[in-house]
Design a protein around this ligand. Structure first.
Ligand code: NAP
Length: 286
């Protein structure tokens, strides 16, 4: 299959390009190659490349900043997805778009399935939810894949970090590190998202998917695992979200259950801790 990957040098895009290159003809598109907020540009690029499938990882990811720049976030997360969906529909290209656990408000306190109603608390989540609807309702052959707490060997380009790189920086620079213990999620490495996406695109079961690791953990417990594995001496303290000034509302609980992948019999997502330890060893953080 000929596959165009948008955001090819981003955190998730880098692993997708690597993983897919072994099995498919991959065209990695960076921001310099395509501007997804401009439909004419999307049309020209996709018409000239003629891929069978487009994967879109491009997003406005800076959650707090999105509160101050909602139009910018909407243009990228919603209109960007709409533009790609429309061109894919016209050109009969299959489309896979990535979204987020932040479409949920966290009140359920149990893992969210694809059947649960979203209710985003912040601008980022709202704009990503619009992007989901635009993708699913404007392109018949589209998948939307929600991921959560992602980390990869290349940190998020828009944020300049991921949880692991920012917490390790804090451990080096600060006398002590405080991490919230009352926000629960499932950290997921981008390499495993890439592996499972590879399986999903072999099917024609278009629609909405959750794709996160198994299990759940607070940000504090996530940090504690890193501390123990890397023998970090800087004191680590569990605190509450209430101890920090609230810039943006976030769900207290955003664990995803991969129900639709399970129904297809292709859920190969591993336990969060097992793959976190593997990631820390492979990437030589110690
Ligand atoms: N990071 C998380 O913890 C998290 C959690 C849940 C869901 N997600 C979702 O996971 C997906 C991947 O995130 P990520 O961390 O891999 O993002 P990332 O590292 O910031 O990568 C995004 C890529 O998109 C490119 N891009 C930005 N604006 C563009 C535009 N207008 N047109 C074309 N390309 C553009 C960026 O290029 P430039 O940098 O050169 O502009 C970059 O290569 C996103 O859908 C995100 O919403 C992320």
């Amino acid at each position: 299959m000929k596959i165009a990957i948008i955001g090819a040098n981003g955190q998730l895009g880098t692993d997708l390009v690597e993983m897919f290159s072994g099995q498919h003809e991959v065209i990695g598109l960076t921001h310099a190659d395509i501007e997804i907020t401009n439909i004419e540009n999307v049309k020209n690029i996709l018409n000239s490349l003629k891929p069978d499938l487009v994967l879109n990882t491009a997003a406005y990811n800076k959650v707090p900043e999105a509160e101050n720049f909602p139009e910018e976030a909407y243009r990228l997360n919603a209109i960007g997805a709409l533009n790609i969906a429309k061109i894919c529909q016209d050109e009969k290209i299959r489309f896979l778009h990535y979204s987020t656990d932040y479409v949920f408000d966290g009140k359920k306190q149990k893992p969210y399935t694809e059947k649960d109603l979203p209710n985003p608390l912040n601008v980022y989540g709202n704009t990503k939810l619009s992007g989901e609807y635009f993708a699913l309702n404007n392109c018949e052959q589209s998948f939307v894949v929600r991921v959560s707490g992602i980390y990869g060997k290349v940190p998020s380009r828009s944020k300049g970090n991921n949880f692991i790189t920012s917490i390790l920086k804090a451990a080096k620079e600060k006398p002590e590190v405080k991490v919230v213990n009352d926000e629960v999620l499932t950290p997921t490495p981008t390499s495993w998202i890439a592996k499972n996406t590879l399986e999903l695109i072999q099917t024609e079961a278009y629609g909405l998917y959750h794709m996160s690791c198994e299990g759940e953990v607070s940000w504090y417990e996530f940090a504690k695992t890193i501390w123990e594995e890397l023998n970090i001496r800087t004191p680590l303290h569990a605190v509450s979200v209430k101890d920090f000034p609230q810039v943006v509302k976030r769900p207290f609980y955003s664990v995803l259950e991969n129900q639709n992948l399970n129904s297809l019999g292709i859920n190969k997502m591993p336990d969060w801790k097992e793959v976190l330890l593997e990631f820390l060893r492979e990437n030589k953080f110690s």
